[in-house]
Ligand binder design. Structure first.
Ligand SMILES: CCCCCCCCCCC/C=C/C(=O)SCCNC(=O)CCNC(=O)[C@H](O)C(C)(C)COP(=O)(O)OP(=O)(O)OC[C@H]1O[C@@H](n2cnc3c(N)ncnc32)[C@H](O)[C@@H]1OP(=O)(O)O
Length: 301
């Protein structure tokens, strides 16, 4: 799936492959490189083969200050994911953050506030694409959640196969859209229902719950809560457990479980984009976003 088609020239320029040792396919030392495999990535996404786990890549999100999912960041994530999917030396990805205390602050509000319909449509298509790419990935995708993870950050986490959360009370996770005066789209809702069940999801969505780690574990929005300094090692050991399963059988099973949910969006992607553009363009919604952005600014004092 050529994802770079239709990208804005700036974005395409941003994503020129970094200098790499010729012939260094991801996961394999380049001929004569001598110093092992090379990382690759782009300004906001660093992908490093895990030196302790063959076939595993660690994808570090580094879009400071809060890993907000801007269009450029989404595009870089998509292209990095596509590269990993296409490189058969990789069987698993650990997604984590390089921004201290924050996994991802979710969708970038400035991509939805004060923007024209064409931009909102382009942005929403990229949001859809990231979800589909992660949710349906043939790779094992493990979230090493080392920071707060509201809304879009929670969706990214829920789209992984397994979630390890650092036991820091500040690292809340949840679909908090109602607190902003907006709503989670049906496919965000579907993933939450699939993960924590209908009643728990209904309550959490309406109240915009951000679950602290202990509650997140209890409700099932994450699979494991560990001390902060054990998140990456725990993710790695869980990855080994999942990679012990033959890929083809696991991939077919993942598809069996997840395709009905993904199909609900795939069958109506354009309508979903139009619904988003209509909804986000409403004066009342733009006002809500303005109020929320002002609150964020005032918070800084
Ligand atoms: C019929 C219906 C059809 C469908 C309808 C669909 C409807 C729309 C779909 C909407 C789905 C939305 C999903 C989302 O993800 S919305 C975003 C939700 N995110 C949040 O609520 C998090 C907001 N941020 C925070 O709470 C804090 O920033 C955080 C705890 C993450 C970090 O706090 P900290 O104190 O460390 O940092 P600051 O708050 O000072 O932030 C630093 C700067 O970053 C800016 N910022 C923060 N979050 C965002 C964001 N999500 N987008 C853009 N910018 C963000 C913040 O303003 C600061 O900026 P400045 O330094 O310039 O002041």
């Amino acid at each position: 799936m050529a994802l770079t088609v239709g990208l804005r020239p700036l974005t395409r320029a941003l994503l020129r492959p970094w200098a790499r040792v010729p012939g260094a396919a991801l996961g394999r030392p380049a001929a004569g490189s001598g110093d092992g495999v090379r990382c690759f990535g782009s300004p906001r996404v660093l992908v490093e083969p895990d030196p302790a786990a063959v076939g595993v890549a660690v994808m570090k999100m580094r879009n400071p200050p809060v890993n907000s999912l801007s269009l450029e960041f989404l595009t870089e994530l998509l292209i990095s994911l596509e590269k990993l999917e296409n490189d058969k030396t990789f069987r698993g990805i650990i997604i984590t953050s390089d921004c201290p205390g924050i996994f991802s602050a979710g969708l970038d509000l400035l991509e939805m506030y004060g923007r024209d319909p064409a931009h909102c449509a382009e942005y929403w298509k990229a949001v859809q694409e990231l979800w589909l790419r992660v949710y349906l990935s043939n790779l094992v995708v493990i979230g090493a959640i080392n920071g707060i993870s509201p809304a879009g950050g929670c969706l990214l986490s829920l789209s992984c196969d397994y979630r390890v959360l650092a036991n820091n009370p500040k690292y809340a996770i949840g679909l908090n859209e109602t607190l902003l005066g907006i709503i989670a789209p049906f496919w965000f809702k579907d993933v939450l229902v699939n993960t924590i069940g209908h009643r728990a999801a209904e309550r959490a969505l309406q109240l915009g719950f951000l679950f602290p780690p202990s509650d997140a574990l209890q409700v099932g929005i994450v699979d494991q809560v560990v001390p902060e300094d054990q998140v990456q090692s725990t993710a790695r050991s869980v990855m080994a457990q999942w990679l012990a399963i033959p890929d083809h059988a696991r991939q077919l099973t993942k598809n069996l479980v997840r395709k009905p949910t993904a199909d609900r969006l795939l069958q109506q992607r354009d309508a979903d984009i139009q619904n988003f553009v209509r909804f986000i363009s409403r004066d009342s919604i733009q006002k809500s976003l303005h109020v929320y952005l002002e609150k964020l600014k005032q918070k800084k004092g």
